[in-house]
Design a protein around this ligand. Structure first.
Ligand SMILES: Nc1ncnc2c1ncn2[C@@H]1O[C@H](COP(=O)(O)OP(=O)(O)OP(=O)(O)O)[C@@H](O)[C@H]1O
Length: 277
């Protein structure tokens, strides 16, 4: 679905953001793209849809080179930026003008999604709050039925019920032919949805694994006593030490994505050893 090979990129000639990024993503999955502030998540999403161009290396998505921005590619990809900006139009006008660019756009689906998000389709965009405008863009993005959906911090600005709605609609949208990539810091908003995790750190991808493989290789535990198992990362909590351990005993545990992220960035060599074994 999406293949990135030896990607090099930077905004300034002497400052490289990505040195040698390699990433292979398959259809049928919802990926969570994680990284610290400034790690380059938004830049990477923009490159995947052809809004930014690699300095070196290649990006191939659905058989296209995004940087060529061919209409037949752009019809199948939709990027929702973190900060949405909509024209001052009626929602219906906005949909009429923009839906025409997407052959698989489904007006009934858009109307239904807006109803689920409790936004009146007869509204004028300028009369909507920021969160409501974000819902219009997300509903539009889903209704394009784009095979590749790129969402940058989609839950920012959404109220609590809408986050649950978003999880529901995204879970219903994914199929074996499409792929969703979500960049987020609000991982608890979406952790039940994401089935694969990508971690971007210091210009490289340090993890790209399914949640199943992560819990096969790592155990997430609250410990109140010492353990012989190798600890990758621990942090104190009122309940005890929240720990990430190498899962040497094949124990079942529930993935804690925040802990995983901290373990990955604090103890990268161990993480790489465990997953490359
Ligand atoms: N248009 C630009 N011109 C120059 N530098 C930029 C531009 N956009 C982003 N950068 C820089 O590139 C780096 C990566 O930015 P990017 O927005 O991709 O990171 P991010 O991981 O999405 O960050 P955050 O989590 O804070 O949203 C940052 O150092 C940022 O300052």
């Amino acid at each position: 679905m999406l293949n990135i090979n030896h990607l090099k990129f930077g905004y300034k000639p002497k400052k490289t953001l990505f040195e040698n990024v390699n990433l292979h993503l398959s259809a049928g999955h919802i990926y969570g793209l994680l990284g610290k502030n400034g790690a380059g998540k938004s830049s990477l999403l923009r490159m995947m849809c052809g809004l930014l161009f690699p300095k070196e290396g290649t990006i191939e998505a659905m058989g296209f080179m995004p940087m060529q921005r061919k209409p037949s590619f752009l019809q199948q990809v939709y990027f929702v930026p973190e900060e949405v900006e909509l024209p001052h139009l009626q929602i219906k006008q906005f949909v009429k003008v923009n839906g025409a660019f997407y052959p698989a756009f489904n007006v009934e689906q858009f109307t239904l999604l807006l109803t689920e998000f409790e936004v009146n389709i007869d509204s004028h965009i300028k009369d909507l709050s920021y969160g409501q405008q974000k819902k219009v863009v997300i509903a539009f993005a889903i209704a394009t039925n784009a095979r590749l959906l790129l969402l940058d911090e989609p839950t920012n600005g959404l109220d609590i019920p809408s986050k649950a709605q978003l999880r529901k609609v995204l879970a219903g949208h994914i199929n074996e032919d499409s792929c969703i990539i979500i960049s987020t810091h609000q991982i608890r908003d979406l952790d039940s949805l994401i089935d694969s995790i990508i971690i971007l750190d210091n210009g490289e991808i340090i993890l790209n694994e399914s949640t199943d493989r992560i819990t096969e290789k790592l155990a997430f535990k609250v410990l109140n006593q010492e353990t012989a198992a190798p600890i990758l990362y621990a942090e104190p909590s009122l309940a005890g030490q929240l720990t990430v351990l190498e899962n040497v005993n094949n124990e079942a545990s529930k993935l804690d994505i925040e802990l995983l992220f901290n373990a990955a960035t604090v103890n990268k060599p161990e993480l790489l050893r465990i997953f490359n074994n």
